[in-house]
Design a protein around this ligand. Structure first.
Ligand SMILES: [Zn+2]
Length: 391
């Protein structure tokens, strides 16, 4: 029966070991070199090598391929003293990784020698529990959840579309949610605006939204704007946000937001609803089409009924607003194919989705190559421009 010392000696004879100085040189000089920390979570949280990928030894076999697809990438594996990393390096060799070294002396020696290390940002135990179903997805994981927590999404409207979008974004842990709305909660809103409830009738919608979202997830900082979005404030309000979720129901605001988002280069997740039909798309400035590429001129006011007049089936905004939340999260995480250059159309009566390609318009007056400088202007109810400069 071999002893632990025998096993360790055997493992070390089958791997390549480097000292800390050699490891440091390797990381600095080998392109694509990846540092793998195989210690336990509590050790990692106290301090780790910069940019280290953390996979505890016990999860190495099950997780490494998700995190490291390239089997020929140079891997520098360390633990606290060099024992666990020796066994880990051998396992990685058995899994087909061709270029693996174990750091003799490990993190303790590295730190004692005064080499660079950092305290990694980690999720709290409460966050680890709350976002467990995200963390189980390798495409999200700790890194993706941190991205969500760092992200800032601005919701235009706390109404039918803004309600489900805000609830899902808050639940997902998007760290900053801005909400702009200057309405008060009315009983007739409750048929679809699920951020609000009977106790909030007469309250400012932004205050009601903040109460609901904060009660759902204390990680979320809700920033409220109880103002009318206009040419004088739009650039300031949207500044610093990563994504705008547009739940407005009128053409003037859509044009205003489109032009401002082009100036600030912030993607807009657009949603709209009418009776039994909904639409969603993503306007990614200068990458895909903008709102004006689709609708260069507003329709005459009598052909563009606002939501105040048109009926809408209550669940419909729930579906379209949820799609908007999904697209916002995909943009933040860089996941999948966002609805850029595609218009998704939902028909509730048919219960069908159709997707249409929408190209950029080379003649677009806002984002086309010959478009002049964008002037942020206001549009009245007749959708006529009031050229009023933002500056
Ligand atoms: Zn355009």
């Amino acid at each position: 029966m071999p002893t632990f010392r025998d096993l360790l000696a055997t493992a070390k004879s089958q791997i390549r070991e480097v000292d800390t100085a050699e490891a440091e040189r390797l990381v600095a000089e080998r392109p694509g070199a990846v540092v793998v920390d195989v210690r336990e979570a509590d050790e990692y949280e106290q301090g780790a090598l910069p940019e280290a990928v953390h996979i505890p030894r016990g999860f190495l076999e099950s997780q490494i391929e998700n995190k490291m697809a390239d089997h020929d990438a140079p891997l520098v594996v360390y633990c606290a003293g060099g024992t666990r990393s020796a066994f880990a390096a051998r396992t990685l060799g058995e899994l087909g990784y061709t270029d693996v070294v174990s750091v003799a002396g490990g993190f303790n020696k590295w730190k004692n020698e005064g080499r660079t290390w950092t305290t990694p940002r980690t999720l709290s135990p409460e966050q680890r529990n709350r976002y467990q179903r995200h963390l189980l997805l390798p495409e999200v994981g700790d890194e993706g959840q941190q991205k969500l927590l760092d992200a800032k999404v601005l919701l235009l409207g706390a109404g039918g579309l803004g309600s489900p979008a805000a609830l899902y974004l808050a639940a997902a842990g998007v760290g900053t949610l801005g909400i702009i709305d200057m309405d008060v909660v009315d009983e007739s809103n409750l048929q679809r605006q699920i951020l609000h409830n009977l106790d909030r009738i007469g309250d400012r919608k932004v205050d009601s939204a903040k109460k609901t979202l904060t009660a759902l997830n204390p990680d979320v900082n809700v920033v409220t704007y109880d103002v009318r979005l206009g040419a004088d404030n739009v650039l300031d309000v949207i500044d610093g946000y990563d994504v705008i979720v547009d739940g407005t129901d009128n053409f003037p605001t859509r044009y205003l937001v489109n032009d401002a988002s082009l100036v600030k280069r912030i993607p807009v997740v657009h949603g709209s609803i009418f009776r039994f039909e909904g639409q969603a798309t993503v306007f990614n400035p200068y990458v895909g089409p903008c709102y004006r590429c689709l609708i260069p001129e507003p329709p005459p006011a009598d052909l563009a009924p606002s939501c105040a007049e048109a009926g809408v089936l209550g669940v419909l905004p729930g579906i379209v607003g949820s799609i908007q939340a999904m697209e916002a999260i995909k943009i933040i995480l860089g996941l999948g194919e966002p609805l850029v250059g595609r218009l998704l159309a939902y028909d509730a009566l048919e219960e069908s989705f159709r997707s249409f390609k929408v190209p950029r318009d080379p003649q677009c007056p806002a984002c086309g190559p010959d478009a002049g400088e964008i002037v942020i202007a206001e549009y009245d109810e007749l959708c006529m421009p009031h050229p009023r400069s933002a500056a």
